[in-house]
Design a protein around this ligand. Sequence first.
Ligand SMILES: [Zn+2]
Length: 116
Amino acid sequence: MHSDLRAELIKQFPAEVVENFDKNGESYYACPTCKRAVTHGMDKCMGCNQVLGWDNIKKKNLVNGMLRGRIEFELPSDFNAGDCRKCPLSYIGKSGTDSTYECPLNMRGACKLELI
Ligand SMILES: [Zn+2]
C-alpha cells in the first residue's frame, strides 16, 4: 500500500487531542498528528484531516471525577435563594411527625441557586 494512502487511512481512526502551551503559557488544544491548534469539540483537524478524539480532555476537565450539569427553570418573582418552600425542586419529606421541605440536591441550608 502506498504510504500516503496508508497515512490517510490511519487518520480515519480518532486520535486523542493533546493539550499544548504557547509561548505565553496559554494552553490550547492541538491535533496529535500535525500539532496545529484545534477548537474544542472539533471532530476533524482542518489541517491534516485527522479524526479527533476528546475523551482524554473530557476526563481531565472532570471535577472530582464528576461531570457538571446545569438547568434553568422558572421561579416565583418573590423567591430568594434558600427558600425551599417556594422552590419547584423541593419536595415534602417526613421526619417523624414533622413535614419539611427537602432539597433533592442536598443543598438545604446551603442553597446554590443562582438567580439570573
Ligand atoms: Zn492535524
